[in-house]
Design a binder for this molecule. Structure first.
Ligand code: S3P
Length: 437
């Protein structure tokens, strides 16, 4: 298992780009595969998660030509997918497997969905249960709670589903199933999760109604939709590591170019600003129905903050890097209502507490979050170089790498091959930024 050793460094200066948005790339592949004709997806995320989704569609008969700067997808229409002759492997991607479960429930063929050890531990009941209410035939380990999932395509009916958790994966799975259902499909969430599926469906011309935390897709789509080119913005969740790094390393002034700034994703930027960060959005624009901007970050001292359940969905994937910011801020940060973090690629509450503690952070774990006593940013109170483990979680690995940049000596992070799932070239980009100074 590969490891990464990071020496303290910085400042972070200049302009950097990040990979295309992972969430949008999954959806772009799915909806362009169902379109009629050829779509190009430029700026796509080349992480393993999205490549696995691409391979599942190739296995279902969709021609996808993978070029360095774009994917060319020859869509086969709403009913054009064909039965794959072996299980579809979604790798590490919870998004891949859950969205595909929804899409495949309404096909006229049989599929098996599986993934790596982490995905096979993650809860699937949250999509299987409502899909069964729609008429889906899905079997799986522990009654369908765990993958592999075996799906016998069935005739579906639309339902009005009230989800117990705010989850874009659940909402998206049901909307994709809804494309094949008789009657409208509506999903109501306790809080609004990211809305990339809704935006991309609208971009392809499919009408949706949004009211508060509810979204409704009309009865099944008969006509399908024509192909359309999609330019994927940079991934805010990838930009988050450099945003926190540039905030915390004194003397930094970094621009992260062309990043998606969908308000359902920018919770971290708002929280950091409230903590005292100097973050500005320049050159705002729009790509494929998604807002984009350059993020300019200059170093600043941070103060601790209280974060409750209402703010978690907009920063769900940025929790690990927020923990790093809180660990060196002035004063206490108290995060509650974040129990969803326990069922991500790793249990991010336990893992971030244990790994940052190795670096000298003062952290107490609670059932639904963390209490972090910031070190206060003073030189004599810096994080310590240490030997840490990512537990196979890409966002933990990259968050620890940024913590390492701030430490008083080298830090070794074990098990970092997982970074490939979302951010190929992370190490290269980080070391270039650090050696520029
Ligand atoms: C994602 C939704 C989020 C997020 C995940 C990507 C998506 O999960 O954590 O990394 O692309 O829909 P939940 O919707 O389950 O919270």
């Amino acid at each position: 298992m590969a490891s990464l050793t990071i020496k303290p460094g910085g400042p972070l200066q200049g302009t950097v780009s990040v990979p295309g948005d992972k969430s949008i790339t999954h959806r772009a592949i799915i909806l362009s595969a169902l379109a009629e004709g050829e779509s190009s997806i430029s700026g796509y995320c080349k992480g393993e998660d999205c490549l696995n989704t691409m391979r599942t569609f190739q296995a279902m008969g969709v021609q996808i030509n993978e070029q360095p700067d774009q994917l060319r997808v020859l869509g086969k229409g709403l009913w054009g997918l064909t039965e794959p002759d072996q299980p579809l492997d979604c790798g590490n991607s919870g998004t891949g497997i859950r969205l595909l479960a929804g899409l495949l429930a309404g096909q006229d063929f049989f599929t098996v969905l599986t993934g790596d050890a982490s995905v096979r531990r993650r809860p699937m009941g949250r999509v299987v249960k409502p899909l069964r209410e729609m008429g889906a035939t899905i079997a799986g380990r522990k009654g369908g709670e765990l993958a592999p999932l075996a799906i016998t395509g069935s005739r579906l009916r639309g339902i009005a589903y009230t989800a117990p958790v705010a989850s874009a994966q659940v909402k998206s799975a049901l909307l994709l199933a809804g494309l094949y259902a008789d009657g409208a499909t509506s999903v109501t969430e306790p809080r609004r999760s990211r809305d990339h599926t809704e935006r991309l469906l609208r971009y392809f011309g499919i009408p949706l109604q949004q009211e508060g935390c509810s979204v409704t897709l009309p009865s099944r789509q008969t006509g399908g939709w024509p192909a359309k080119d999609i330019a994927v913005p940079g991934d805010l969740s990838a930009a988050a590591f450099f945003t926190v790094g540039a905030t915390l390393v004194p003397g930094s002034d970094l621009t992260i170019a062309n990043v998606g700034v969908n308000p359902s994703r920018t919770g971290l930027l708002e929280i950091l600003t409230e903590m005292g960060a100097d973050i500005r959005l320049d050159h705002r624009g729009e790509q494929a129905g998604e807002p984009v901007a350059d993020i300019r970050v200059r170093s600043a001292g941070l103060r601790g903050i209280r974060i409750g359940a209402d703010r978690i969905p907009q920063m769900i994937d940025e929790f690990p890097i927020l923990c790093v910011a809180a660990a060196v801020a002035e004063g206490e940060t108290f995060i509650t209502g974040a129990e969803e973090l326990r069922v991500k690629e790793s249990d991010r509450i336990t893992v971030m507490a244990s790994e940052l503690r190795k670096m000298g952070a003062v952290i107490t774990e609670t059932p639904d979050g963390l209490r972090i006593q910031g070190l206060g940013g003073k030189r004599q109170h810096r994080l310590r170089g240490a030997r840490c483990d990512s537990y196979g979680d890409h966002r933990v690995a990259m968050s620890l790498a940024m913590a390492a940049v701030l430490a008083d000596g080298p830090t070794r992070i074990d098990d970092v091959a997982c970074i490939e799932t979302s951010f190929p070239c992370f190490e290269d980009k980080l070391s270039k930024l650090l050696t520029k100074s």
